[in-house]
Design a protein around this ligand. Structure first.
Ligand code: F0G
Length: 392
């Protein structure tokens, strides 16, 4: 196992504290030599750690992550014209988002390297997850959050798990720059953002689970993009599953961003050089990011898989969130409704089996429903009055 630069292919050893390439500053990825990779013949146990033979660490810090439901959505599929539509509901993870897949591995590495504290910048879910796993491991957690832009459910989790919370007078991108700088100066602080290639190894397991449940790869996988770690991690997972001979083909990867926080989709559409956006804005605060650290990995996944990038407006996001909750019983946070919003307006040619990744639980961000048209009736405590509500 070794680290390789995603851009210039410079090769490093197995160094969990190396976050970016010393030559060019690009993100790294964990690569397994053929011999060790193909030793991974059997997988047993459950969740993320079922795949330990192709994870970078042996000893787990776990809360029971992974093994989330892959829900067939027939009614919604009919509405969207997709014969087999599935939602992989990552809200079923211990802290309510896909981040737990990465944190269980990342925190295990932090223990292995003898870190005193772990740190991250976050739009909310990473901080919630890291705070929980740090508590589990007996490590100090430092989280940098954009002031006033983190949903209440997520902030409550960081508070409950005893994280040290720095609210930055700036956005996620400012917080991200600061925490990277701090972790390079103070080596006892282990950085657990998705720039950490080892953390992303945990997130690739979503691809394994999808293939094992379906018995094959889907035609397409649609997911939201923010800091852009997840799309690259899942794409790596599909390719490793193929390398193991478990599937013969890989899916098209479709990455979707909020219209006003869409630097990757913009570069993709214009076939232009990537440029960060300075003032990203969206109701889906989880993906309110203008300078995603893993943009190179995202663009590679989109290109190499024959996939595409798209955008959706805030209105479309909130409508899709309600549609999914009402037609399928799946309540997801706004960022997680982004794939459904996109599929409502864009037909994926030839894609019969489509998996949408619902990245986080709806209860994370209860305020998102503030503007929703609701039918609530204040009534007298009589049967007649209550019947009227039923018949309304
Ligand atoms: N969906 C949700 C619910 C998220 O919290 C995030 C990222 C994403 C999608 C995008 O994933 O960054 O890998 O492209 N949240 C990070 C955080 C940035 O701090 O919690 P990505």
């Amino acid at each position: 196992m070794f680290l390789r630069c995603f851009a210039c292919e410079a090769r490093y050893g197995n160094v969990p504290t190396l976050y970016t390439c010393r030559n060019c500053g690009s993100p790294l990825e964990v690569v397994y030599e053929d011999a060790e990779f193909h030793r991974a013949k059997t997988f047993d146990g459950r969740g993320v750690w079922r795949y330990q033979p192709i994870l970078p660490v042996k000893k787990a810090v776990t809360l029971g992550e992974g093994d989330t439901g892959l829900h067939r959505c027939e009614r919604l599929g009919r509405e969207l014209g997709i014969p087999r539509l599935y939602v992989k509901n990552e809200g079923e993870n211990p802290t309510g988002s896909f981040k737990d897949r990465g944190m269980t591995v990342g925190i295990a590495l932090a223990k292995a390297v003898g870190a005193r504290a772990v740190g991250c910048a976050s739009t909310g879910n990473t901080s919630a997850s890291m705070a929980a796993y740090a508590a589990r491991a007996g490590l100090v957690a430092l989280v940098l959050l954009p002031q006033g832009k983190v949903a209440m459910g997520k902030l409550s989790q960081a508070i409950a798990h005893g994280a040290r919370i720095a609210q930055i007078d700036g956005n996620f991108d400012d917080a991200m720059r600061l925490v990277v700088e701090l972790s390079l100066k103070d080596r006892s602080l282990y950085l657990l953002n998705s720039i950490n290639a080892y953390r992303l190894e945990g997130q690739k397991t979503l691809a394994f689970e999808v293939c094992e449940t379906l018995g094959d790869a889907p035609d397409a996988l649609v997911l939201p993009m923010g800091n852009a770690g997840n799309i690259g991690a899942i794409w790596k997972g599909f390719n490793e599953w193929k390398r193991l001979g478990r599937i013969k083909r890989v899916p098209r990867m479709v990455g979707v961003q909020a219209a006003k926080a869409a630097p990757i989709a913009r570069a993709w559409r214009a076939r232009a050089k990537f440029r960060a956006m300075s003032n990203p804005e969206t109701v889906a605060t989880a993906i309110r990011i203008g300078a995603p650290v893993s943009w190179q990995k995202a663009l590679a996944a989109l290109t190499d898989s024959g996939g595409e990038a798209g955008t959706v407006t805030d209105r479309e996001i909130l409508d899709a969130q309600r549609l999914l909750a009402r037609t399928e019983g799946l309540f997801v946070e706004p960022a997680s409704a982004v794939p459904i919003a996109w599929l409502r307006k864009r037909k994926l040619k030839g894609a019969r089996t489509v998996v949408c990744v619902a990245t986080g639980h709806g209860l994370k961000d209860p305020d998102a429903l503030q503007g929703a048209p609701v039918r609530m009736h204040r009534v007298k405590p009589t049967l007649a009055a209550i019947r009227k509500v039923l018949d309304a």
